[in-house]
Design a protein around this ligand. Structure first.
Ligand code: SF4
Length: 337
């Protein structure tokens, strides 16, 4: 298993110390994401994402539903942060991203959770939806690295990220795992009230690729550095998959690993929606795969549409088996109270 060297960890500590002040400053009158709400979060105001000052976590666990180089044999040490700045109407994790289910944690406790995931043998630390809490996550990481954390860091995001914030993370994040959700102004506006999504996402992926380059793995095939871009195919071409895949190819010289996801399912919120109210049909999936090849994106994974096994890939936070698994592994304090 590839762990970070002592030198790499020391370098991360130095870099985190350097950016912590600027990040906290940006969070005060919040400008941590493209929404630029400018709300005073420390005083209790909330912006579009809904997050307060301290991070909330929905669950933390060794996750086996991520891409194979992240999962290995011991799982990806995944921490799901509550809330999300993007708020897609069809979100597959609606309970977490919009309802904000979870438990507030202080940085010291979060650092302890990171260490527990490492002690359980996880191959990396996978921060899911970290954007709105990045200032406090960095505080927690500082504590954890000083205590001996040495896992590669995965930044797992909707892809709605300000490039100037990403620049602050240069040298700290090892693996970027962004979504590329929408390919045009219309889809971003209609599905997430974010008409600038496609342009911001392009800039973000450009910056991520500049920092970490193509995916690198160790001898066991575990990810140690690089970029993996996820794209969820939507029914009725709503995501403009063609434009998304072209953008990824252009910004990464066809070098990015792409995880093409076909497992979209309509959540309760959109079951009656005329376009979103059904799963992706075979012809739509095949069309997406065609564009993948057309733009020479030959590295990555296909997750075929499935009507049976969605729980393998999308944690259902009401699913007792998920919670039993955590309890068995001794991470009770991460359960939602
Ligand atoms: S992180 Fe939340 S509060 Fe801050 S700018 Fe983004 S949506 Fe607004």
């Amino acid at each position: 298993m590839s762990l970070l060297s002592e030198t790499a960890c020391a370098d991360k500590i130095t870099r985190i110390e350097r950016i912590l002040g600027p990040l906290v400053e940006l969070a005060h009158e919040c400008r941590l994401c493209p929404r630029q709400c400018r709300v005073l979060r420390e005083s209790g105001q909330v912006g579009t994402c809904g997050a307060g000052w301290n991070p909330k976590i929905a669950v933390a666990l060794p996750h086996f539903g991520e891409e194979p180089p992240l999962v290995g044999t011991k799982g990806s040490g995944t921490v799901f942060f509550s809330y999300c700045p993007l708020k897609c109407s069809f979100c597959q994790n609606y309970d977490i991203s919009t309802m904000g289910i979870g438990r507030l944690v202080e940085p010291a406790e979060l650092a302890s959770i990171f260490m527990q995931l490492q002690n359980m043998g996880c191959h990396n630390l996978n921060l899911v939806s970290p954007t709105q809490s990045i200032h406090q996550i960095m505080s927690a990481l500082l504590i954890a690295f000083r205590k001996g954390l040495n896992l590669p860091l995965v930044y797992n995001t909707s892809g709605y990220e300000l490039p100037e914030i990403l620049e602050l993370l240069d040298g700290i994040i090892d693996i970027y795992l962004p979504d590329a959700k929408y390919g045009d102004v219309h889809s971003g506006q209609t599905l997430a009230s974010a008409s600038n999504y496609a342009e911001i996402n392009r800039q973000a992926i450009r910056e991520m690729f500049r920092q970490v380059g193509p995916l690198q793995t160790d001898r066991q095939g575990l990810a140690i550095r690089g970029l993996i871009v996820r794209h969820l195919v939507l029914p009725n071409r709503l995501a403009d998959t063609r434009a998304v895949l072209r953008m990824i190819a252009e910004e990464t010289n066809e070098q990015a690993h792409v995880s093409l996801l076909g497992q979209y399912f309509p959540t309760t919120n959109v079951q009656e929606h005329p376009d979103l109210g059904r799963q992706v049909q075979e012809f739509e999936w095949l069309e997406a795969v065609f564009w993948l090849h057309h733009f020479d994106l030959e590295r990555g994974w296909l997750q075929y549409p499935s009507y049976d096994d969605r729980d393998m890939f999308i944690p259902n936070f009401n699913n007792e088996t998920v919670f039993h698994f955590i309890v068995e592994k001794g991470l009770q304090e991460c359960l939602i109270h």
